[in-house]
Design a protein around this ligand. Sequence first.
Ligand code: FAD
Length: 433
Amino acid sequence: MPTIFWFRRDLRLTDNAGLYYALREKRPVISVFIFDTTILDALTDRDDRRVSFIYQAIEQLKHDLEQLGSSLDVRYGNPVELLPKLVTQYQAKAVFANHDYEPAAISRDGQVADALQTQNVAFRTYKDQVIFEKSEVLTAAQTPYSVFTPYSRAWKHKLSDFYLKPYPTERYFGHLLRCAPLPLLRLEEMNFKPNFTDLPPAQVSEDLLKNYAEKRDFPAQEATSRLSVHLRFGTVSIREMVDKALQTSEIWLNELIWREFYMMILFHYPHVVGKAFRPAYDRIVWRNNEAEFARWRAGQTGYPIVDAGMRQLNETGFMHNRVRMITASFLVKHLLIDWRWGEAYFAQKLIDFELASNNGGWQWAASSGCDAVPYFRIFNPALQTQKFDPQGVYIRRWVSEIDKIGQYPRPMVVHEQARARVLAAYKTALKGE
Ligand code: FAD
């Protein structure tokens, strides 16, 4: 009786918790990936870079499995309907997968478990994409943290070698179902156009991490790991990365902990999808000017650092963290446009889009989130540029017309006026807080 291992956001064969437990059952394991139409149908762009990224990762995974005498069964449809059919086809006794903490995924997994139960088939899931999940790191009062620093302290205190031990899947590869290579449908058959970008490798050098603390805030430098897309889709293992961080850079480790912090927040406070973490911030009266939103999206605000960031995002699907903070703050505070609009645009464009971190980042910028920037702190794009791109190297990379007279737009708002306007709007909303 075979077991099905369902790959989701864990697209690797090594150090994969769920795959390890499936293989250890010592029954033949058939690997499955489903291009989920409930997700794909909601995407705006037919040339969405993430679909191409996943496709490439799937091709690699399938190739690796075929080298081992097995294959990857790739389907296209709704997993809630497809998995029971796959179970029947393979006469499987169990389906294994790794945990996913997003509200929609939790609901889907509940439906999958129910559907499989009617076939008397178990659905087993494991922690894989984080070191600590759900309620593993709690305050002394057994409540979830809402402030990062004490959370990270407790996280580090709890960490031991045990949590970093890789899952040695390779020991059990002999249990992969032996089969001939299975067919793989083309992107076009799913109504998507290929859009392959040059991707950073799924590894990070020790040198980079050693210089990380000093250089990470300068967008012109290649000084951050660029691992976000790999962490998002599981083409690297978080255990391996935390181990590297412990040997090289505590500052980088903190970033990996921010990722888990936001996932923990999303799990415990799913209302953050669509609502402010702090309810009073939902009283803000936004201006929501469509034409201004369009200029921000296109990188035509007349603020070079903002425009450089938006153009980097539009052209590559990536934006440096410092610039994500600046562009987000500009939309929310300078233009007084609802953070949810910006969140949705980033969600559409970022190749590393991750609901928890994106929502956390936007609510941080809007001051409505847990442990967010205070509402009266308003990034000044000119000062941010002086500090982090003083020679304008990053800006010139994306805004090439900046030095040509008459070609670059004038600033769409005056900083001081925008500042006064947003302070007044926030003060009114937060009166009595
Ligand atoms: P590094 O600096 O090398 O950091 C290593 C890893 O730590 C990252 O790959 C990421 O997994 C994690 N990390 C770093 N910073 C953060 C952070 N502030 N919050 C959570 N995790 C972090 N990150 C995403 O992965 N997906 C998103 O959709 C996303 N949206 C964001 C939106 C806004 C408005 C802001 C301000 C930040 C957002 N971030 C998001 C966080 C951060 O900008 C990216 O993780 C980072 O820029 C990715 O580059 P890197 O891999 O080189 O990061």
